[in-house]
Design a protein around this ligand. Sequence first.
Ligand SMILES: Nc1nc2c(ncn2[C@@H]2O[C@H](COP(=O)(O)OP(=O)(O)OP(=O)(O)O)[C@@H](O)[C@H]2O)c(=O)[nH]1
Length: 398
Amino acid sequence: MDAITAGVALAIVQLCSSVIMAGVFFTTPAEKYTRYWALSGVLVGFGLVLVVLNAYSPPSLSRNLAWLLGYSSLYAGSVAVWCGLRAFYMRRVSFWALFLVLFYSALFAYLLFSGASFTKRSYVTVPSLELMFLLYLVEMMRGVSGPQAKPYASRTFGMLMACFAGFILFASYALRIVLITINPVQFEPATITSFGVWLIYLIPLGGSLLLTAGLLLLYFERLVADKHRLATEDVLTGTLNRRELVNVGERALQAAIDQHHTLTLAFIDVDHFKKINDSFGHLVGDRVLATVAATLRQNCREQDVLGRYGGEEFCIVFPGLDQQEASRIGERLVDAVRAQVFDHAQAVTISVGLVVLQPNEVQSWDSLIHLADMALYRAKAEGRDSYCLSPARAVRAV
Ligand SMILES: Nc1nc2c(ncn2[C@@H]2O[C@H](COP(=O)(O)OP(=O)(O)OP(=O)(O)O)[C@@H](O)[C@H]2O)c(=O)[nH]1
């Protein structure tokens, strides 16, 4: 493939990617990162049209101006991808973005109007894009390896794909910089080899396509994660909502029955919560619920399942635990909430009802909840700020 065909192919593919980026991200919810990526689609598409239209026209002032606008727009588009990546990984968008666009636009202008050759221009254009690819890689590697993007998963297919695309672009431009340094004229349009065509056009074409696909995947993965979170999480406390609690709890119960293990269910209710609402207002009441949930979480193991059953009631499923251990955990939860300091500077207490599923015992989720609720009722009746354990039931050997 000759350089002109490869260049046109790259331009067409890049233009299609830009249209897709602009189209998808402009028509999606206005997240900060989608706005940057939509903007990048528009800037790259617009810049590309200007650069390609003017590539073969005779030199003139208007051609130079169009080139400058085209290149600056292309560059600003690549900076917008970087800004979008920062926003995606929940980092502040750096003011360096604006500086880079202005700095390189000024350099492009200087080169064009001083009549610099193709090779001299590539001494600036190639490293300017290489810097962007390096910044993409840095953001993505930090996203993949660190916990910054919580509560989202940090290693998804989209993230790995975007990283791989960033690496292809970075590596191909790095090789190009090395080769330009060794032999400046080898990539001139008139003397370019087929290896040069691959390095300058075809490999970046693949990299840029993969990058667009990677960014789209990142977006869809996040949409799915958000949808899942909204469907399963209680917004106020960050614990599981009732539907998900029942789903996960029923699965844990079935596993305990199948494996003849014990399982403990704790039903928790905040004492006199209505009084807190009435005295301090519902906002304070909401914060109390969130703090109680966080305190309960801190006193659970990784494998325990905490959910909000409704109002000021929580449930915790503890796989395992015998009667004695269940008593200890009940006491620990009650003590932990009593010792917790709340924003409104008043003590808050809870009552806890516990039930332990014995090995070889078969119970439904509803009957287990009922037993825990009965135990909770007794804890309330005995003065609150306490726990009560449902009596162990005789179990027939099977
Ligand atoms: N702030 C806030 N209040 C809630 C929420 N959900 C339920 N409530 C309130 O929780 C209160 C529950 O009151 P009750 O069921 O009488 O229970 P209580 O005052 O805790 O009394 P005991 O359980 O007997 O100790 C009601 O006033 C509800 O309006 C919520 O999400 N936020």
